[in-house]
Design a protein around this ligand. Structure first.
Ligand code: GCB
Length: 611
């Protein structure tokens, strides 16, 4: 699998870019005969020519909810996509790449019948060099097989089970994470070109000195030995005015100084949040100047943390955030730019300054939005709620977990909005070898990136003292559902206990503490007095009780943030505790406010003034 490189695909003077988004052909394969497509070589001809029933499928989108058939929604195993595309003759001397923003879960890709790439894990990009596989000036075919199967060692975990039904037996996919396991080609598919000699990787790390000068450390990785190459990095400000440039050769590593730098600030921490510069890299060979040109936006900011505080540009941060999901009606987890834009407008409207990408990597487009809007991101890998009958952690799970983190950090390390890595959500940190396991995961994450702190969200039922993950983290995150999953409806069991739990975490591990999840399912339009669970009154009053706890804790110096579960209602697997999905959203699934949103908005703007 090629996870090297993976610069976001952008057109430039030297690079072409074409989208393959649109309507593809789609076939659902038989769950009981998963190998039929490979055996019958469905990649050798158009799916439309086969004797299968072929339907239209939009890309990007999850396939589950675009039809009315519950068999496709609940399908286990493989599905096949294909479409035609043209490659112009003018691309003959270029390198041609196929790039997927993400496919959930396993993807196998053929071009004109030849296998070109495979990838495991949803929510992460992958690409392949198809220069020698495509016909120039002619029509081509791309075939993609997608398999949604999860195993006890996949990230996230799941398992196939056999159950009785009216026809005898049926294979089902079971999982314990609390969001619907949507599948398909979830993000955009691009064809793009690079020259033969090209910029493969670009790393940017920034620092700021006491006089307010910014230092931009950068490393350019070309696809070939750099000894015969040289490059120039040009920096432009937000309005694309030239600022400074720096020539490099050999190591392709250098540092540029931006005097009196405009720092990257979060929303409401500065009048001009999300300030971004652009780095333009021009790569040259001995024979040809500017063989490749690539532009990337970046922000200049510093991060620092102590045992009580998290500081951005040396200013203590208090997080006003959300847990979110990539989820919406019909398209499921498919990238939707209208939805994304709406979400960022709502984050701004409600005065939030952060969210966690619960419980998997979000789209690259959303990360760019966060950079631009000054929204701080706790970037979470895809291990959530590890309780699929594991007694203890396995070596195989560890390898996959590391690989998932490697791909995430590789993709996101240049984003100023990413201020923390979350290595797991509600993983079982109370089993035998959890201490060893999380030690491995944490030190591996640190090897990849020392510039950001790491966290993991602790489940509600784990003992605070003796936790296997907490000693390895920089920031403690914990989840709580007082008056919901425990002591249902009892709003008088929230404030004191939350304060006690936060204090106990800080006392046990001497680290800053965040409440990473809290909330209550709320059916919009349901009003009940006296107050009762599921009503808008209950959600509003529940939040107020937590706010009381936070306001007390804030004065104690180690409590650094509140993240409501959830930004919006979202789909889950069918369950009697979920009425049409998880309804803990402050917004409906359709992104309209519930009563609690107005309360939260008031609080957030008040906090922004106070802190
Ligand atoms: C949790 C999980 C989250 C669930 C939430 C809930 O602790 O981290 O994925 O959706 O609880 O609403 O049950």
């Amino acid at each position: 699998t090629s996870t090297q490189g993976l610069l976001y695909p952008r057109a430039s003077e030297t690079r072409n870019l074409r989208s393959l988004d649109g309507i593809w052909n789609f076939v659902r394969s038989n769950t009981n005969d998963p190998n039929e497509g490979i055996r019958e070589q469905w990649f050798l001809a158009d799916l439309r020519l086969s004797n299968r029933s072929v339907i239209n499928m939009p890309v990007p989108a999850s396939y589950n909810d675009v039809v009315e058939d519950d068999k496709l929604r609940d399908h286990v195993g493989r599905v096949w996509y294909d479409r035609k595309f043209y490659v112009p003759l003018s691309w003959l001397n270029e390198r041609v790449w196929i790039r997927f923003g993400s496919v959930n879960y396993e993807a196998q890709v053929w071009i004109n019948g030849e296998h070109v790439v495979e990838h495991f894990f949803g929510h992460l990009p992958f690409e392949a060099d198809i220069t020698n596989r495509v016909n120039y000036g002619k029509e081509n075919r791309i075939t993609v097989m997608v398999d949604n199967t999860l195993t006890p060692d996949s990230i996230p975990q799941g398992k196939l089970v056999e159950r009785d039904n009216d026809d005898g037996k049926v294979t089902l996919l079971e999982y314990t994470f609390d969001y619907f396991h949507y599948a398909g080609i979830h993000r955009s598919v691009h064809l793009y070109t690079t020259p033969a000699t090209y910029i493969k990787e670009l790393d940017i790390e920034t620092s700021i000195d006491n006089d307010g000068h910014g230092y931009v450390n950068f490393k350019i990785t070309p696809n070939q030995n750099s000894l015969s190459l040289y490059a120039t990095a040009l920096i432009y400000d937000k309005k694309m005015n030239f600022v400074v440039s720096q020539a490099v050769n050999n190591s392709m590593t250098s540092v540029v100084t931006i005097s009196r730098v405009n720092k990257w600030w979060p929303y409401l921490m500065n009048p001009d949040p999300g300030y971004l510069y652009t780095m333009e890299v021009r790569l040259s060979t001995q024979d040809q100047e500017d063989v490749d040109i690539y532009r990337m936006k970046f922000g200049v900011r510093t991060l620092r943390w102590t045992d009580t505080t998290f500081l951005l540009n040396d200013k203590p941060v208090y997080f006003r955030g959300f847990g979110k999901h990539e989820d919406s009606d019909i398209r499921g987890k498919g990238l939707d730019l209208a939805l994304l834009t709406r979400d960022f407008n709502l984050l701004r409207w409600i005065g939030a300054n952060a969210y966690r990408t619960s419980h998997y990597p979000y789209s690259e487009e959303s990360m760019q939005f966060a950079d631009e809007k000054g929204i701080m991101i706790i970037d979470e890998c895809a291990l959530s709620q590890t309780n699929v009958a594991i007694e203890s952690y396995t070596e195989e799970l560890l390898q996959n977990h590391k690989s998932n983190l490697e791909q995430l950090i590789h993709r996101d390390r240049n984003h100023p909005s990413v201020i923390m890595w979350s290595i797991a959500n509600e993983a079982r940190s109370d089993v035998n070898n959890a201490y060893w396991y999380f030690g491995e995961v944490a030190s591996y994450t640190k090897e990849l990136d020392r510039s950001r702190p790491i966290t993991a969200a602790a489940a509600i039922d784990h003992p605070i003292v003796g936790d296997g993950a907490a000693p390895h983290l920089d920031i403690i995150s914990f989840n709580r559902y007082n008056a919901w999953y425990i002591d249902v409806g009892r709003l008088d069991t929230i404030t004191t206990r939350i304060m006690d739990d936060a204090r106990e975490y800080h006392a046990a591990y001497a680290k800053p503490v965040i409440l990473q999840e809290y909330g209550a399912d709320t059916l919009e339009g349901l009003h009940l007095l006296p107050v009762s669970v599921w009503s808008e009154e209950f959600q509003t009053q529940l939040l107020s009780k937590y706010f009381e706890a936070f306001d007390n804790l804030r004065n104690e110096g180690f409590f650094i943030g509140e993240f409501i579960w959830n930004f919006a209602d979202f789909k889950t697997f069918q369950s009697i505790t979920r009425v049409g999905g998880n309804k803990k959203g402050v917004f409906t699934r359709n992104r309209q406010p519930k009563a609690a949103a107005h309360l939260l908005r008031k609080r957030n703007f008040q906090l922004a003034v106070e802190i």
